[in-house]
Design a protein around this ligand. Structure first.
Ligand code: ATP
Ligand code: MG
Length: 538
């Protein structure tokens, strides 16, 4: 086999398996690519696609910042193979649309870039609308592409697009993106193209150019500030580079019979053996993971599409049994058909890590030594993080100190002064523990999150990347707080009807989702209270 090959289709895993160990394959294809290929060979419903290797990224980053002619040729060949596999054509009918996704050897949740719906342009959108008879879906996809391409490839602040979207919703007096109609979304695509040209760019109509530029940007996102910050904090080497995955698009936004979500095979906060996740009908994956929308629990999928829910649970079990570890799975339902878009070892709190390890030994899924090795000793320290004493909380409740309640997305107790931006959190953290309050937390906020003892957001759910990272680092977090309005100057907020300014003390209970005014006393647990830890060590 030619190990110098730069591109591997998901169906070509066996070529690598004959020559390399799994860990080496993950090094070549990145975790996302290797697992997509593995899921394909396990017979799970994965859309066809291919992976450009991490080695190619390293060469690209060492070069002149442009794809080599040789690589462009290989990409074209891989794309025509994909056209044959899917019976769709780039720029043609039915159109092949793809996503361009990062994916390094070690998972870095949301720290690099992804662009969805590549291949759409003005003509394709018009034709595709006629073919599908679903103009709303097509222009919803197109406006998403323009926003992602504009921000990722052209470096335009995403807020410029988000603000226009907010204006469109205000104009229609609706709360959710899904309530916008085809005409609204068409107008948004025109507005978005205008934003792009105001910033001195032109959206490329050629699908190949779109894909090539997306690949360059995803390679470059390996060296984005947030990716570097995350690697610093987790000890991932800086020289590895990311693979790029080109994946045929499947659509969660075609209507009520479609949707997207994330499922953890066990609860990532507690380790309980229950499928835990979030679902958003009529949406694309980015809405759930980016933390800028608030999704529903998986119960909604169970209620609306019981067959799909059952199939999802079966896939979860299959993957957990295969990998012998708790998984974090992204899925999309397109017109009543389930697709799996990603699986990876799930990030979890230390408490969950120990519970999962202990349970997996009991279930016969893991040997005791492997289970023990799966628990990060650094993370175990967070088990001894303080909690609020029950009586103190009761007293605070009766004294009217409870300001608001949100979703308990990362457990633990935090007491710190309020602040409203990541930059400010970093500055103030030198003097005092900080609670960072933001509308949402995105991967760009990683430095602010790591500087804070607690986090509060008005948007975003438990499976967003921010929540995943908060749990991984043991930072208590309360999300989707309904009564939270941050001032435009970002120096104060209204929280549950109370005015909170920068520097005011708050107590955040990430286990219950409660936020209290002032400093609540905390207590440290003892090692004797850690029953699961003691069990696994015995
Ligand atoms: N081909 C596709 N069809 C439908 N949805 C897709 C496709 N490719 C990616 N997605 C969805 O888009 C979202 C973002 O993709 P991706 O997984 O590449 O990045 P991420 O989740 O933001 O970061 P990472 O997985 O690297 O931590 C995910 O919800 C994913 O499931
Ligand atoms: Mg992902």
């Amino acid at each position: 086999m030619d190990l110098e090959k730069q591109i591997f289709h998901f169906s070509e895993l066996s070529k690598l398996e004959g020559n390399l160990q799994w860990d080496e394959i993950v090094g070549v294809l990145g975790g996302k690519g290797a697992n997509l290929a593995k899921m394909t060979s396990l017979g799970l419903p994965v859309p066809p696609g291919f992976t450009i290797t991490t080695n190619t990224c390293r060469e690209f980053l060492a070069g002149n910042g442009k794809l080599s002619d040789h690589l462009k040729k290989e990409i074209k060949e891989a794309l025509s193979h994909l056209e044959e596999e899917t019976g769709k054509r780039l720029g043609g009918s039915p159109p092949l649309l793809v996503s361009c996704r990062s994916g390094a050897k070690f998972s870095m949740p949301g720290m690099m870039d992804t662009i969805l719906n590549l291949g759409l342009n003005d003509d394709v959108a018009e034709n595709f609308s006629k073919e599908t008879g679903n103009r709303r879906f097509v222009y919803d996809s197109y406006r998403r592409l323009l926003q992602m391409f504009g921000s990722v490839v052209m470096g335009i602040d995403s807020e410029a697009f988000e603000n226009k979207l907010a204006e469109a919703k205000e104009k229609r007096n609706v709360k959710s993106d899904t309530e916008l109609g085809a005409d609204d979304l068409y107008s948004l695509t025109e507005e978005f193209k205008r934003i792009i040209s105001e910033h001195g760019h032109l959206f490329p109509q050629d699908p190949y150019e779109q894909i090539e530029r997306a690949i360059e940007s995803v390679f470059l996102s390996w060296n984005s500030k947030r990716a570097i910050d995350y690697r610093e904090a987790t000890g991932i080497p800086h020289h590895l580079g990311t693979a790029v995955n080109i994946v045929t698009m499947v659509f969660g936004n075609t209507g009520d019979n479609s949707g997207t979500g994330v499922a953890f095979t066990r609860d990532p906060a507690t380790g309980q053996r229950v499928i835990f996740g979030e679902y958003m009908p009529n949406a694309q994956g980015e809405d759930v993971v980016a933390g800028i929308r608030t999704s529903e629990s998986l119960d909604l999928l169970k209620k609306d599409m019981p067959e799909i829910y059952r199939e999802l649970c079966e896939s979860c079990q299959k993957l957990e049994r295969y990998y012998k570890d708790m998984q974090d799975i992204e899925f999309t339902v397109e017109d009543g058909k389930l697709w799996i878009l990603q699986t990876r070892s799930a990030k979890r709190t230390a408490k969950a890590a120990i519970k999962v390890a202990t349970d997996m030994v009991k279930e016969g899924l893991k040997e005791r030594e492997d289970a023990l090795a799966s628990v990060d000793p650094e993370a175990v320290k967070t088990l001894l993080h303080p909690y609020f004493k029950h009586e103190e909380k009761k007293a605070a409740l009766s004294n009217g100190m409870l300001a608001a309640t949100g979703l308990n997305t990362s457990p633990g107790a935090a007491v710190g002064i309020a602040c409203f931006s990541s930059a400010q959190a970093q500055r103030l953290a030198a003097k005092s523990p900080v609670v960072l309050i933001n509308k949402n937390l995105q991967p760009d906020d990683i430095h602010g999150m790591l500087a804070s003892v607690g986090l509060i957001t008005s948007e975003g759910g438990a499976t967003s990347h921010a929540a995943v990272v908060a749990r991984q680092f043991g930072i208590p977090c309360v999300s989707a707080v309904p009564d939270l309005e941050i001032s435009p100057d970002k120096d104060s907020c209204i929280l549950g009807g109370r005015h909170i300014k920068e520097g005011d003390w708050l107590s955040v209970d990430g286990s219950s989702g409660e936020i209290f005014i002032g400093k609540l006393p905390t207590e440290k647990p003892t090692i004797e209270e850690q029953e699961d830890l003691l069990t696994i060590l015995r």
